[in-house]
Write a protein that binds this ligand. Sequence first.
Ligand code: PGA
Length: 252
Amino acid sequence: MSKIRALVAGNWKMNGLLQTLDEARAVNTALRSGGQAERVDVMICPPAPLIHPLAQSVGDGPMQVGAQDCHAQASGAHTGDIAAEMLADAGAHAVIVGHSERRADHGEDDATVAAKAAAAHRAGLTAIICVGETREERDAGRTMAVVEAQVRGSLPAGITAANTVLAYEPVWAIGTGLTPSEADVAEVHAGLRALLVTLAGDEGRGMRLLYGGSVKPANAAALMAVPDVNGALVGGASLKAGDLLGIVGAYD
Ligand code: PGA
């Protein structure tokens, strides 16, 4: 089995205006002149109104453009929602589904997340499916049980190494500056890899498994070196070109 190509994906959440795209353009320019793009895929998932202008300005890359959510249906009477087909039309390559902030703020359950991931596949997008335990669940020793149940419920039929990325994001590590120990990340990622192989065989063996939650330039190299960590989903540190490039630098 060839080595899994890493992915560093930035999730801007509800941050950024048109002028913030200068940071993304700076990353794209640096990737063009540096050698990192030969080793790692780099993606930014901006708020929906910025997807098209970002896709236009990065042109043929190497930066990829993603979205943060989609509706399960392809069209219809769903005011305010966005179909995966529309994201693809705007220039997105991928869409995050099941982020813990959407699970918490919008009551999305595993079945909803699976339907959204299936919609992403239908539209030709890579689904970046997020799972992760809360502080209470970790303290109760339930981390593996919680994330395995989320994976079983949130992955749709037909997952492949190309169309799906799984992101492990402990809820308590998101935006807090806290991270699990490398040993804890290794344990969860090993368990998730075994489950992916059970669910999808060789496709599960080749699927990218990202770690997310307070990834910064200072901790990226150590976290990215953990076995079965194939990249990062980065929130706050993806808004500044220097920070995102610092994280990508873990693959130098
Ligand atoms: P953070 O967010 O890097 O700001 O902790 C990660 C995420 O929510 O994807």
